[in-house]
Design a protein around this ligand. Sequence first.
Ligand SMILES: [Ca+2]
Ligand SMILES: [Ca+2]
Ligand SMILES: [Ca+2]
Length: 877
Amino acid sequence: MRNLLSMIVLTFVAIVAKGQDLQLNDREYFERQGVNVLVFSNSFNGGFNDEKNSGIEIIHHGVRTVQGGAVRLNNTPEQWDLVPKMTSRKVDRENGSIEVGLRYDDYDFDSRIIVTAKGKAVEIAVWLDKPVPEKLAGDAGLNIEFLPSQYWLKTFTVDGRLGRLPRYATSQTITRPNSEKPRQFKGFKTYDDRGTGRFIDPLPIETGHQFVMATDDPSRMVKISSEDAELKLFDGRMLAQNGWFVMRSVLPAGKTGKVITWTVEPHAIPGWIREPNIGFSQVGYIPEQPKVAVIELDKTDTPKATASLMRIKPDGTTEKAYEGDIQSWGPYFKYNYVKFDFSSVKDPGVYYIQYGNTRTNDFLIDEHVYDKITDATTDVWVPIHMNHMYVNEGYRTWHGEPFKEGYLQAPESDHFDLHSQGASTDTKYKPYELIPGLNIGGFFDAGDFDIETGSNINVVQNFIRTWELFKPQRDETFVSQKQRYVDLHRPDGVPDILQFIEHGTLNLVAQAEQIGHMSQTLSNSILDNYHHLGDAASITDGLHYDPSLKPYEVSADGKRSGTPDDMWAFTNRNPQLDLRAATMFAAASHALKGYNDDLAERALTQSKRLMQEATEMIKNGQTGGGRDEFSWLDGTEQTSIANPRQQGAQPDKKRQKLLERSRKNREQLGDMATNLMLYSATQEKQYLDNFTAQIWDALELRLSGNMQTALDAVPYMDEAYKQKLRPYVEKYEQYIKSFDTNNPYGVPIGLGNWAGVNMVLNFGITVNYAHIYFPDIVAKDEVYRVANWLYGCHPYHNYSFVAVVGAARPKQVFYGNNRADFSFIPGNVAPGLLFRRPDHFENYDDWPFLWGQNEGTIAGNTQYIIFGSSLKGIVNK
Ligand SMILES: [Ca+2]
Ligand SMILES: [Ca+2]
Ligand SMILES: [Ca+2]
């Protein structure tokens, strides 16, 4: 009996001990409850270099607080500092270790990192087969980075000494000669040295052999120690606001073998279970809509039997309005999901959800909850993104008039925002020559200040669509092109949407007139003003660049300077882009007629000319650079949707034939959506015929991607078209429903490096129009799927992805151009949930700087206006 008891006790102790140790799991990361250590599950991808998303990462009690573990060449690497290429990744289950090979091609420098589970800790060791190259000695080191917003104001110790991590970066720096700076991405420079020839190098905050980070917070405490190397703690925010706290050890010179060993032990709170994340709509619900909360649970959590909907009565007291069963959905990636359906509650009021000990913030059930969902976007976000204007709001200036000196012809060059200028300019201008007239109209791209021509074409199209579908008369913005002045919340007698169409068209028409065709982009010439955070008017000095002057020198008349900060126009001709512009110009001309006849006329002239020239160029085989024009046919959208339960369709012979025919038709007749838009602008029947000749094949090939175009045609077509479309809409309804089994949230969820709100918005708009034209097939209940997702029913947290009017808890930080203030611009739509391999969705709401999850774009936010406007129209009908 005694023996048996001690055996049981021993077994129990063994299980507990095992449960406390880090284990290499099936998904190839180290895991114990509360701690995940990932080793290059996400590698540096090179697009924008260091995106703070890669290397050795720690997900600590549900939050990814540590990343960037790798051999790096700087004390505090910036975004465009070189990142290592991962040359190999080996998982050794027997020894519980993961080994990665890292390489810097620029320096012919290879290293290996081996991470091994050692009880509650991991050992991180750097191995060298050849010594560190001489040029990198003293610079190459083992780094790992801590998320400032989760560590600032926390206490730490270094070899027993006490410290507190600063809220703001104010540590010390030195300068060193530029010749000692490791090369940056493509040889660009992130900094303006003001003619000193020296770069800034931060000094460590602290140095020692054992650090304990966050001694005052068990959920963030991490112990790092090294016997063979000195550990230094730096503040990466000294050089760049998006920098992290960096722990690093410099690699010893002249040594090979195991050159550095760290022991890293993230603390785990005993018995920790992640707090349930109750997803619901922060905007609230209208009485008759379905109301289903999705509750995200730790996989070790036991679901409760019921949840309650509590009502806050007008006198401030609380009563239980409803108690209902919890329904299981099942596992999706790393968590387990259950649902709580409270659709039966229809009385208007203020409510919250109580699930076990977790209660949500309150929300409304009311007829009017969706009434204002687009107002912040149209009244605030869009006008603030108007380029070449002074933008005022009350006492606040959002920005002065940017880029007064205009745009120079770009010389042959590579670029840091994914563009390039080829050897020929394709214009009459010489490199660095001023192209007149481009500093007018247009919208800032996103968190940066360039004019992406393709995006701006989309923007004008989105506004035109909004105008033609909904004719919104809302006038809350004063726009004076003459004064180059925008004043928010000041009506001026003109519907704002018309003024936005005009503003976008002004820049695009100027491009066509001055350059002769569409530019790829009007963008920064130097990297050190591309990452500008502040007033857009101060990005450049407003003076024409004059190379005969010295840098920072201003001419006697005060009009020219030797500072090469002027923006560039990237002008290589792409007839596909010209065609897109031509279509948009035709539609803009139609929309602007009667409001700005002169601009309408100019747009039509450019439309006809570009259409003719581009068609000719394409016939002659000049397709220009750019993306695959046939992407609308393939399955790229589908393959990026997280769908662990289904497989994609296989290509077959019939499909091949259809594909061939579609390509041919498209070549001869032009893009079908373009034709449809041209028909709407000109009423010329040939365009409608060109559309009709292609739409059915397109629906056969890719139903989900082409349904929107098919629906857009309904107002122009007869009853027979609608009848022929019916079976496709029926299939589309099955596609909508398929998301109920695909994931717990019922919408397409993207896994790309950009979190994919555009895909969700596209889906939402298509569902809305399928319901409007075929309400007997696509029920009204379906239109709330995307609204729920956007406004808070999604993984990770339950904040609204839209900084929208009406939301009780919108996100509070976005990657807008005011991101250095940890703020937002009202009406912004975040991309949403960024997927980190192999199983983690994330959306920081205390750290704005990851563009993949927090950057709103001008094209996406204007797409949101269409989604929101159509939803309001359906709800209020
Ligand atoms: Ca950009
Ligand atoms: Ca107005
Ligand atoms: Ca200038």
